[in-house]
Design a protein around this ligand. Structure first.
Ligand code: ATP
Ligand code: RIB
Length: 301
């Protein structure tokens, strides 16, 4: 199997990460023990995970004049950013609380992530065609138009419908080749809460699509070409779970596109995301393929 070209058209965010004892409740004021500015955004995280996982990946999206560090981390990780546009406005950002158990709560500000136009979509997709892969999330505007334009070129559409909102309902989900959903998005899309039932509904509604359902500390299940797969987590001490799903997505795809082996892609992805949750931050926590392979080899000994 030859490695496909991958394009992510997605968000790039500055993550303002506040370390707190617990997630603040309505009406409550709490102090933060620490604050850090780090690179994130579901699109950027997934591009970096793809690149560190060994895929040939370019990122398209829009940053503001404050976006230098976002472009720098992409370049350092091997992501082609020649299609990223720099605008006058402010880059997207996320205000993230991380509690003592590593769990998070996030407020998103779209900023320049939401300045996508049809003209920009056409330029970003120029040169891509049949068999190439596009990776999408729901932190940019014009998502339905991006899906339609990519599918019209014969690209394989990968969708992580996160964060889920009404705009997902405007998309033609019948054009999606591979979904990545967590339990919450799986329930929002299907009305079912049991993992097996979520996969059943995907099979009924989107018979041509594949789906990977991540289950947090319960691991992940997948349905590929009608076959089902299960993969438990690789246990670790959770420091910060932000970006665990993005790391999973990037490493799964990179491994799958290399060899077409779903079980191996699941194992590689749980190892990569286990390392990511053991470290702070979203993009900075994403391991390299060498680290992931060394960890898998150490486990096999
Ligand atoms: P996020 O939105 O924070 O990026 P998500 O909700 O999309 O995450 P999850 O299902 O929470 O995704 O996690 C993705 C994967 O990360 C899981 O399938 C699992 O392999 C790994 N993971 C998550 N939590 C843990 C944990 N506590 N220990 C080890 N691995 C974990
Ligand atoms: O999936 C994690 C990401 O969600 C964070 O990096 C933050 O930017 C939000 O988009």
């Amino acid at each position: 199997m030859t490695t496909a070209k991958v394009l992510t058209l997605g968000s790039l965010n500055l993550d303002f990460i506040y370390r707190v004892d617990h997630i603040v409740a309505s009406g409550e004021t709490i102090g933060a023990g620490d604050v850090q500015t780090r690179c994130g955004g579901k699109g950027l995280n997934q591009s970096i995970a793809l690149a560190r996982g060994g895929a040939d990946v370019a990122h398209a999206g829009i940053v503001g004049a404050d976006g230098d560090m976002l472009l720098d981390i992409c370049r350092e990780s091997g992501v082609d950013v020649s299609r990223v546009r720099v605008d006058e406005g402010r880059s997207g950002h996320a205000i993230i609380q991380v509690d003592s158990r590593g769990q998070n709560s996030i407020i998103l500000f779209g900023g320049t992530n939401r300045a996508v136009t049809q003209d920009y979509i056409d330029r970003a997709l120029d040169g891509y065609g049949a068999g190439d892969v596009i990776v999408l999330q729901n932190e940019i505007n014009m998502l339905p138009q991006v899906i339609a334009a990519a599918a019209a070129r014969g690209m394989r559409v990968v969708l992580n419908p996160s964060p889920y909102d009404d705009r997902i309902d405007e998309c033609d989900l019948g054009l999606v080749w591979l979904f990545f959903v967590n339990e919450i998005e799986g329930e929002q899309l299907t009305g079912e809460s049991e993992p097996a039932r979520i996969l059943d509904v995907f099979a009924e509604r989107y018979p041509k699509a594949n789906v990977v359902l991540t289950l947090g500390s319960e691991g992940a299940v997948a349905q590929f070409g009608g076959e089902r797969f299960e993969q438990p987590i690789i246990p670790t001490t959770a420091v910060d779970t932000t970006g665990a799903g993005d790391t999973f997505t990037g490493f799964f795809l990179a491994e799958y596109l290399r060899g077409g082996d779903v079980a191996r892609a699941m194992l590689t992805a749980v190892q990569a995301s286990s390392i990511a949750v053991s470290r702070a931050g979203a993009a900075p926590s994403i391991p390299t393929l060498a680290e992931v392979r060394a960890a898998l080899e150490a486990r096999a000994e």
